[in-house]
Design a binder for this molecule. Sequence first.
Ligand SMILES: NC(=O)c1ccc[n+]([C@@H]2O[C@H](COP(=O)([O-])OP(=O)(O)OC[C@H]3O[C@@H](n4cnc5c(N)ncnc54)[C@H](OP(=O)(O)O)[C@@H]3O)[C@@H](O)[C@H]2O)c1
Length: 283
Amino acid sequence: MTILVTGARGNIGSQVVARLHSIGRPLRASSRRASGLAVPRGVQTVALDLREPGTFRAALHGVTQVFLYAEPDGVADFLKAADEAGVRNVVVLSSNTVMLPGADKDPLAQHHRVVEDAVFASGLPHVLLRPGAFASNALGWSADIREGRAVQQPFADAQVSPVHDADVADVAVAALAEGSRMSGVVPLSGPQSLSFRTEVGIIAELLGREIQVRDLDRDEARETMGRFVPPPVLASLLDQWEAGLSRPADTNATCGPWTGAPARTFRQWVGEHLGAFGDMPAR
Ligand SMILES: NC(=O)c1ccc[n+]([C@@H]2O[C@H](COP(=O)([O-])OP(=O)(O)OC[C@H]3O[C@@H](n4cnc5c(N)ncnc54)[C@H](OP(=O)(O)O)[C@@H]3O)[C@@H](O)[C@H]2O)c1
């Protein structure tokens, strides 16, 4: 009854490991580099690279459930090996980009669609988690905020409904729970539609100081972000954000029905990560 958690170094994967361990579920934590992987005492670790079929057998031995990051290269081989090993439930961290208009041509959507299609084709019972933008994306502003510079954000007035990563992990664990009846596709939104500018305002309020926002146009975004983000992915993000200028983001698919708790807010996420943005205000 072992659960294999892929990407156990990741933001969501590490929280899934901690939660499963705390409720006493037998699990194996995997990472491309298993050495030095920080896991709770007693949790097995194994090296697994989803692009390297040679690493599948040891990782999947005795496994009945998998928490899977969306890595398209080699996913069909991994699912075949999982089926042969006796896996009976795959919970995939996918993305709501697969539901975008134009998803067929969108590289971010396609990255996740390849994985979802492979899961459908495998015939394995599954839950496909489709979260929207993570609250943790705000960490991309942290260096500028810490160093007192303006946040540079294309389409700063675009709205998103940030999803707290702890809610994503909670829903993943609910899907992996013994006797869970969750199956199929699970979209996940945050509880509020907020513009990027409002998100920065919340960080500023909790830090107790002003933060300027510089709204970038497409050319400026390509110049600034193109150094870190591959051009097709950046184009996809800019299209999504531009579309978010004209409508509020969806808030109708929160974690509540799956976790029994209200979705955590962006404000709560910032409060928990304030140290990443600068010194905490004196109380
Ligand atoms: N950011 C968003 O707004 C957003 C929205 C919707 C969906 N998502 C999905 O969530 C993912 C990010 O989750 P996160 O915040 O937890 O990411 P993260 O902290 O960056 O962790 C990514 C994990 O992916 C694992 N990984 C990458 N390539 C792998 C491979 N070839 N084989 C095995 N594992 C591999 C890494 O494992 P190692 O331990 O080996 O490094 C790492 O633990 C995105 O990639 C996307 O699919 C994100």
